[in-house]
Design a protein around this ligand. Structure first.
Ligand code: MN
Length: 316
């Protein structure tokens, strides 16, 4: 299991204009610019480094997702990117798992400046699947927040075994200052949520655990190891798992519903409606909070290391 971690990467030359558009598009994800680079940005999918030569390097868990945004047409795509898409690791689940008794885990709030990170996993048995489908359980990205909250309530009533963890902003910011990456926080939250659900379900049949992939499995294992934790047997990873596994989809709904509830509570507490996401609207809200409350208030409601904190100064 231990070995060199080779992250998939993809290189493509772009026009100066496209590179400037990229720089704007990734403004809230900009990290320290390495020498010779125009900018470097980090998203959940990849680290994007644009060089003055016009070369752009996409490197990370799913570089093709970011690269695809900038390729004008499919013909531009070299065979390499198609290969990347097909590339799987040895922790990919077999199709049969989606129809078997399994745990699925997903998170919410990781790209949002305000509010916590929430992670939820559910345990689904084959006999539950038709009812879950009838309830409208599917990839939460295709559902509105209102519907998500309704389905989450029904999941609770239906007593689908689940485990939910919320990492609020004070703790998030403290760990981030201690050097934890968001990836490590996510890994530990998924891990602990799964451990607690395993305890809840006891000896119930289990054919596998599926985590909606946010990093390479090796990176996940390394994060766990730094905290003396180890991955359970039969743990699988795949991107977009919520579109294949109803357990992951249910997890994504519970995580998102919890995030929405936490955002409502924070907004109420501050008396300022907090926008989701990391857009310009967020920057303006940050300025309002600093003016009406204090800069310290951000530690209680925001992921302060996001670039938005700096960008908001132009509205002060
Ligand atoms: Mn996910």
């Amino acid at each position: 299991m231990i070995g060199a971690i080779i992250l998939p990467q993809y290189v493509q030359v772009f026009s100066e204009q496209t590179i400037q558009s990229m720089k704007q598009y990734y403004a809230s994800h900009i990290t320290n610019t390495p020498q010779g680079a125009v900018f470097q940005a980090k998203t959940a999918n990849a680290v994007i480094t644009a060089y003055r030569s016009g070369k752009v390097l996409f490197q990370g868990a799913s570089p093709e997702v970011e690269a695809d945004k900038w390729l004008l047409n499919k013909d531009e795509r070299t065979p390499k990117i198609e290969n990347l898409k097909k590339k799987t690791h040895s922790y990919a689940p077999k199709e049969a798992l989606f129809h078997a008794a399994h745990i699925g885990s997903d998170e919410a709030g990781t790209g949002d400046y305000f509010g916590p990170i929430t992670v939820a996993c559910t345990y689904v048995q084959p006999k539950d699947i038709p009812e879950l489908k009838k309830m409208g359980v599917k990839d939460s990205k295709h559902l509105t927040d209102n519907i998500i909250v309704e389905i989450a309530k029904e999941l609770a009533i239906r007593k689908i075994p689940y485990s939910l963890l919320v990492m609020r902003n004070e703790k998030y910011n403290r760990l981030q200052k201690q050097g934890w990456s968001q990836g490590k926080m996510k890994a530990m939250l998924h891990h602990h949520a799964i451990q607690s659900l395993l305890k809840k379900i006891g000896n119930a049949p289990l054919d596998g655990i599926l985590i909606d992939q946010f990093c390479e499995p090796n990176v996940y294992f390394n994060h766990l190891r730094t905290e003396n934790e180890f991955v359970n047997n039969q743990t699988y990873f795949m991107t977009k798992a919520e579109s294949y596994s109803i357990a992951v989809a249910a997890g994504s709904i519970i995580a998102r519903a919890s995030f929405v509830r936490e955002m409502d509570l924070l907004s109420e507490k501050l008396g300022i409606p907090l926008p989701k996401g990391a857009s310009d609207k967020v920057d303006r809200t940050i300025a309002t909070i600093i003016k009406n409350k204090s800069a310290d208030t951000l530690h209680t409601c925001a992921k302060v290391h996001f670039a938005n904190t700096k960008k908001a100064t132009k509205y002060l």
